[in-house]
Ligand binder design. Structure first.
Ligand code: HEC
Ligand code: HEC
Ligand code: HEC
Ligand code: HEC
Ligand code: HEC
Ligand code: HEC
Ligand code: HEC
Length: 180
């Protein structure tokens, strides 16, 4: 039902671009290739590049597939398995769902604010290098101007999350600054 409204139908991809009725190579779903992800790579080569980056979801290890997050027959933006990016992530990373006493606004908004879903050369699938990622929204003002927080002192150099450990939200009574 959703297929007609989805990006694949609109991109002129037909059922038989991925499926074959006669000589299926896959153990399920009558796909043209043995692994479902290989079917996808035949057109989405740029995603294969991402999956090969240092930090990646374990697709090339065979622990996940594209269909773990995508409903290729669907009609949601980016053909996600759930209605939003966050709901898709929560199917496996439930502990990030909250609600938290102290929320971090960008986490509520979208996990993709800081993470790339497919792969990154920064650790933890981050879309930017640690401190610089935070500084795209937060300024050098406040405590960061104090000598002990500045660039030459080691805690700053190795990242904000050394102290702001609960960057996804905190349930600690004193967790307002996401430090515990
Ligand atoms: C972009 C590739 C692609 C296209 C196009 C596609 N499918 Fe699929 N289909 C898949 C994959 C991958 C699976 C396996 C899904 C999974 O593992 O959850 C699948 C599974 C299925 C299944 C098994 C039941 C299910 O939903 O998991 C049926 C039936 C099916 N597809 C029918 C269709 C029909 C009919 C069309 C055309 C309207 C179509 N597919 C178009 C990739 C595709
Ligand atoms: C025959 C080529 C082909 C195959 C095979 C294929 N796709 Fe696509 N895909 C397209 C085209 C064309 C579009 C629509 C144009 C675009 O957005 O790039 C698209 C769009 C998408 C989008 C949405 C992009 C957006 O911006 O909304 C996702 C997600 C996606 N494909 C995932 C998959 C997955 C997962 C598979 C494997 C099950 C797959 N595709 C297999 C050609 C293909
Ligand atoms: C961990 C979940 C996850 C997996 C696994 C995953 N994707 Fe995605 N994908 C996403 C999310 C989330 C987006 C939308 C990102 C956004 O909205 O910023 C996306 C976007 C896309 C797009 C749209 C263009 C783009 O790059 O933003 C394509 C095409 C795509 N995925 C293809 C694939 C293919 C092919 C695979 C398997 C090799 C795959 N995805 C595996 C979560 C995933
Ligand atoms: C189908 C289950 C599933 C979904 C959905 C999913 N993940 Fe994951 N995620 C995993 C698994 C499995 C790992 C690897 C854990 C491991 O190796 O211990 C992982 C690892 C990660 C990591 C750590 C990567 C690293 O380099 O250590 C991040 C960050 C992450 N996921 C974010 C996301 C985001 C953001 C989304 C939504 C777009 C998402 N995940 C959706 C299963 C999932
Ligand atoms: C404000 C930026 C930001 C947003 C938004 C964000 N994250 Fe993260 N995430 C991080 C940082 C930074 C790390 C590394 C944390 C560390 O090393 O202590 C991380 C690490 C992770 C990890 C791996 C380590 C762990 O804590 O399990 C997962 C999984 C993860 N994030 C999932 C998510 C999900 C799911 C969402 C959306 C609900 C999300 N993140 C939104 C910044 C963010
Ligand atoms: C996309 C923008 C964005 C990014 C990226 C971002 N934040 Fe935030 N952050 C916010 C917003 C918005 C708030 C809520 C501010 C408010 O309520 O006044 C916030 C609140 C905070 C707070 C609580 C501040 C207070 O005044 O209560 C801390 C601490 C924090 N962020 C640390 C971080 C760290 C560490 C990173 C990097 C891992 C990061 N942020 C990345 C937007 C962002
Ligand atoms: C050495 C530990 C440490 C490091 C490193 C650190 N912070 Fe903090 N940060 C704190 C503490 C502790 C507070 C709470 C101060 C208070 O309550 O007066 C705080 C408060 C904040 C606040 C809230 C400021 C306010 O006016 O209430 C923001 C935003 C913030 N930090 C962002 C960052 C960012 C971004 C980085 C990395 C560039 C960073 N912090 C690195 C310990 C640290």
């Amino acid at each position: 039902m959703g297929y007609r409204a989805g990006a694949h139908h609109n991109g002129d991809v037909s059922c038989t671009s991925c499926h074959t009725v006669m000589a299926a190579k896959s153990p399920k779903a009558l796909l043209k290739t043995a692994s479902a992800s290989d079917t996808c790579y035949s057109c989405h080569a740029e995603v294969r590049t991402d999956i090969n980056k240092m930090s990646h979801h374990p697709l090339r290890e065979g622990r996940m597939e594209c269909a773990s997050c995508h409903n290729v027959h669907g009609s949601t933006p980016s053909l996600l398995a759930k209605a939003t990016v966050n709901d898709t992530c929560f199917t496996c990373h439930q502990e990030k769902r909250g609600p938290f006493v102290w929320e971090h606004a960008p986490v509520r908004e979208s996990c993709a604010t800081c993470h790339t879903p497919h792969g990154s050369n920064n650790r933890n699938l981050l879309s930017g290098k640690d401190s610089f990622l935070c500084l795209t929204c937060h300024s050098y003002g406040g405590h960061i101007n104090l000598p002990r927080y500045n660039r030459t002192s080691n805690p700053y150099g190795s990242g904000c999350v050394n102290c702001h450990t609960s960057v996804h939200g905190s349930n600690h009574p004193s967790g307002a600054k996401l430090t515990r």
